[in-house]
Design a protein around this ligand. Structure first.
Ligand code: PMV
Length: 339
């Protein structure tokens, strides 16, 4: 049997400022497994929210997945092993993949719209590729991570990262690249928790329902490139007043597209909306922050580091808010190989 190494990776989560929502329609003859996005996206990697994943030989000679200390045999485990199969296929080795043990810790809530799949699949890709000795460039590893979860392609780098939509059928031009490192701009993302527990509907299913039934889907897709260009220019100029509106609108366009599907998809709760209103009121009062939210009810607010504490205090006082975390720009993902 082929021996494998043990490798441990840390990848930080990211939040899209310009959102990815929707998958490109399959091209005949090209496997759907490429997971190609219908739109590009631009994100901020986050400092304290991260996944740590170790991949190594399995002592039981069978695939095993342990998440936050708990053995998993569910669909999440199946996704993990399928991802290792993709990595193995890229190595060009013939024959079955050696059984692996995957031990993962998410230092963030899993599947609650806080991008656990981004950091999770990025860490799994790096540790899996190192353990199975895949020799690949960072861009190729990012493209592999994308096949596990679209947002994971962005979590290989710190700071501000852009994932291109690309146009080639084989997905080779759909790659993420770092735009600016974490040190570029001293911003904070306030994560305003408005509920506990996992999200109601997974992003893949939600995206597909949007593509099939939302009358707003094509406008959503058609306006994305303009948003990406405007956001990239605003970040380059460290101009929050220019970035904020385009970032808020990207979020609202995505959620409007979801709400217009049938049956409708609404990830928000009442507190989500009240927090957004509170963000706008605070802005009027001179505390400048801009809201975004993902496939979950939490609100994330982008602001300058100097404003973070006062804004966080104000949002924490909002009825129904469970907690507010202030997170800075995070670093590149890292991997270490043992024996
Ligand atoms: O990468 P996925 O399949 O978990 O989808 C991510 C979708 C959003 O978080 C809503 C937006 C984004 O670009 O991260």
């Amino acid at each position: 049997m082929i021996g494998i190494k043990t490798a441990r990776a840390i990848a930080h989560s990211n939040i899209a400022l310009i959102k990815y929502w929707g998958k490109r329609e399959g091209t005949p003859g090209v496997p759907d497994d490429l997971n190609l996005p219908a739109v590009g996206s631009l994100s901020l990697t986050l400092d304290s929210l991260r996944s740590e994943t170790e991949v190594g030989p399995s002592p039981s000679e069978r695939d095993a997945f342990v998440l936050n200390g708990e053995h998993r045999g569910d669909t999440m485990a199946a996704k993990v092993f399928r991802h290792l199969d993709r990595i193995w296929a890229e190595t060009g080795n013939s024959g079955p993949r050696p059984p692996c043990q995957v031990i993962s810790h998410n230092h963030l809530p899993t599947s609650a719209g806080l991008a656990s799949s981004a950091s999770g699949f990025a860490a799994l890709t790096l540790a899996g590729a190192a353990a199975l000795e895949l020799d690949a460039s960072p861009a190729a590893l990012s493209a592999l991570a994308r096949r596990g979860s679209g947002s994971a392609a962005r979590s290989l780098w710190g700071g501000f990262v852009r994932l291109e939509r690309g146009h080639l059928a084989d997905g080779s031009d759909c790659q993420a690249r770092p735009l600016f490192p974490a040190s570029h701009w001293d911003v904070r993302l306030l994560i305003v928790h408005t509920a506990r527990g996992p999200k109601a509907i997974g992003s893949t299913e939600g995206m597909e329902r949007c593509r099939r039934t939302s009358p707003y889907y094509s406008s959503w897709v058609d306006t994305s490139e303009g948003d990406l260009a405007a956001a990239e220019a605003a970040i380059a100029a460290r101009d929050l007043a220019a970035l904020g509106p385009v970032m808020e609108q990207s979020c609202f366009k995505m959620h409007a597209c979801m709400m217009a599907t049938y049956p409708p998809i609404i990830y928000w709760n009442g507190v989500t909306l009240e927090v957004m209103r509170a963000v706008w009121e605070a802005r009027e009062a001179g505390l400048e922050g801009y809201a975004t939210s993902d496939a979950g009810p939490h609100v994330k607010v982008l602001c300058l580091a100097a404003t973070a504490e006062a804004l966080a205090e104000r949002l924490a006082a909002q009825p129904g808010v469970l907690a507010v975390e202030s997170v800075g720009p995070g670093p590149n993902a890292q991997v270490e190989v043992f024996g």
